[in-house]
Design a protein around this ligand. Structure first.
Ligand code: UD1
Ligand code: CA
Length: 486
């Protein structure tokens, strides 16, 4: 089957610099949702993939396709056809004609209708098939809307057969009352389509070449028109405004949440989770409210997330607890570890098992071995930390000299007192202890106490007394009393 995705429109109502089909739903461009459904529908054996009709923002759309094919080779099959001027849906489809296989039927999709299911499209394609010796038909996906305003209406004869599609702007008052609308998604016999598209005229209210006008042509030629509907209304909803985009986002997030629960994940509230990418979970994972996932995230069995955590491109091991308000990006967390609340793991944070990273601790590009702890207010950057290390509150690795980054190495069983600065490059030997407040500028030997502090002294001393502001007070009083006497 040929698949053409119409995506040349501007999407004026989005009021955006971005072409509409590149606006994101669940972290992926609208067009990507349509393409991944289209690709899965065609199957691997099809050599020519979906054809995207580009126009407005064509360069951006092509750039997206090039990037996407680097991540997913199946996108290499996707072709584009340029519609330099947007003269209507019929004119758009015309641009893809030379790329179509005339032997196979053509499915028309819209780049801004992201949630049509594969099941619905397969049903539509089957309807167009010449089943049981019947002729192949033109299959339309329609929907009954309580408020059909703005859509093309399906006009039927008394016997129920489809006669034509009339656009809102060309419809009579009686036609405007028809609740059955054209979703725009249809399967057409390609050979006939070729002829019909060339016969289209733009003599209508919008002066456009309407794809919908081919329906009346098909009827005239005796091509059967069959219709079917999607199970859910959201499958055929297009995105024209940011409000529609936001409401489809919630619909789609709820789909994702239901799938997670079906797979054995506990969600505190399925309407308060956002997955903008892929989230893989083991069994008995618990996710509290307000968590946001981006990119590829995996949470192994038994892991628990507190409220309002943000996790991007990270691998979290078994039975990890991430407390509220933690920010985890490009990190690996070993099993049984405790993170947060208010922890920040940045790209390259690689924690082994049973590591504790507490409140207001930031870890970047650092390996921390098993059973080590940094529980309060620390920065660990560009470091290698051994096992059973205790990093005291307020400890900072000074990894940046203003120009270059340097490494800090902390060997096994080190104890670092609070408020220590480790000025990198520097190494703390195995079993060493650093006294609180140390500014370490040279390597600390193993098993010794290293401390850099001025000696504590005590002096006889008089604390300053606050000077009285007698004059100022008097002035205000005089002013006030003077006013009062008037
Ligand atoms: C179209 C249908 C209407 C249907 C509605 C469903 C026609 C004439 N009308 O109307 O019956 O109810 O969709 O949403 O087909 N596009 C191009 N090039 C163009 C014009 C449009 O690529 O020159 C693309 C748009 O990017 C969009 C799709 O086609 O993805 C639909 O275009 P739009 O202008 O939104 O069509 P409607 O007027 O809403
Ligand atoms: Ca539209």
């Amino acid at each position: 089957m040929n698949i053409v995705i119409l995506a040349a429109g501007q999407g004026k109502r989005m009021k955006s610099a971005l072409p509409k089909v590149l606006q994101t739903l669940a972290g992926k461009p609208l067009l990507q949702h349509v393409l991944s459904t289209a690709l899965s529908l065609q199957g691997k054996q099809v050599k020519t993939g979906p054809i995207v009709v580009v126009g407005h923002g064509a360069a951006d759309v092509k750039e997206f396709l090039a990037l996407a094919s680097k991540e997913d080779p199946s996108y290499n099959k996707v072709l584009t056809a340029l519609q330099a001027e947007q003269k209507g849906t019929g004119h758009a489809l015309l641009q893809a004609l030379p790329k179509l296989d005339v032997q196979a039927p053509t499915l028309v999709l819209y780049g801004d209708v992201p949630l049509t299911s594969k099941k619905t499209l397969a049903k539509l394609a089957k309807l167009a098939d010449g089943v049981h010796g019947q002729d192949s038909a033109l299959a339309l996906l329609t929907q009954n809307f309580a408020n059909p305003t703005g859509y093309g209406r399906i006009v039927r004869d008394a016997d129920g057969s489809v006669r034509e599609i009339v656009e809102e702007k060309d419809a009579t008052p009686a036609q405007k009352r028809i609740p059955e609308i054209n979703t725009g998604i249809m399967v057409l016999p390609t050979n006939a389509l070729k002829k019909w598209l060339k016969a289209l005229r733009a003599n209508n209210a919008q002066g456009e070449y309407y794809l919908t006008d081919v329906i009346a042509m098909a009827v005239k030629e005796g091509v059967p028109i069959r219709t079917t509907q999607a199970d859910d209304e959201f499958e055929v909803i297009g995105v024209n405004s940011r409000e529609q985009l936001a409401s489809l986002e919630r619909v789609h997030q709820l789909q994702i949440a239901k799938q997670l629960m079906d797979d054995g994940v506990s969600l505190a509230d399925p309407i308060r989770i956002d997955v903008r990418g892929t989230l893989e979970c083991g069994t008995d994972v618990f996710i509290d409210v307000g968590c946001v996932f981006e990119g590829c995230v995996s949470l192994d069995s038994g892991t628990k997330l507190g409220p309002y955590c943000f996790i991007r491109n990270s691998v979290i091991g078994q039975n990890v607890t991430i407390h509220a308000f933690s920010h985890v990006d490009g990190a690996k967390v070993g099993k049984q570890s405790l993170i947060g609340p208010y922890a920040r793991l940045r790209p390259g944070a690689d924690l082994a098992n049973d590591v504790h990273i507490g409140n207001f601790v930031e870890v970047k590009n650092s390996k921390i071995a098993a059973n080590s702890k940094a529980n309060h207010l620390s920065y660990v950057g560009d470091s290698i930390v051994g096992s059973r290390v205790n990093i005291g509150a307020g400890t900072i690795t000074c990894n940046y000299d203003g120009v270059n980054k340097h490494q800090t190495i902390i060997e096994d069983d080190v104890f670092i007192g609070s408020d220590t600065q480790l000025v990198a490059p520097v190494r703390v030997g195995r079993g060493a202890t650093l006294g609180a407040g140390t500014t370490l500028t040279k390597d600390a030997p193993a098993n010794q106490l290293t401390v850099s502090r001025t000696k504590q002294i005590s002096l006889q001393w008089q604390r300053p007394v606050k000077a009285e502001k007698k004059v100022a007070i008097k002035k205000t009083v005089t002013k006030k009393s003077a006013k009062g006497k008037q």
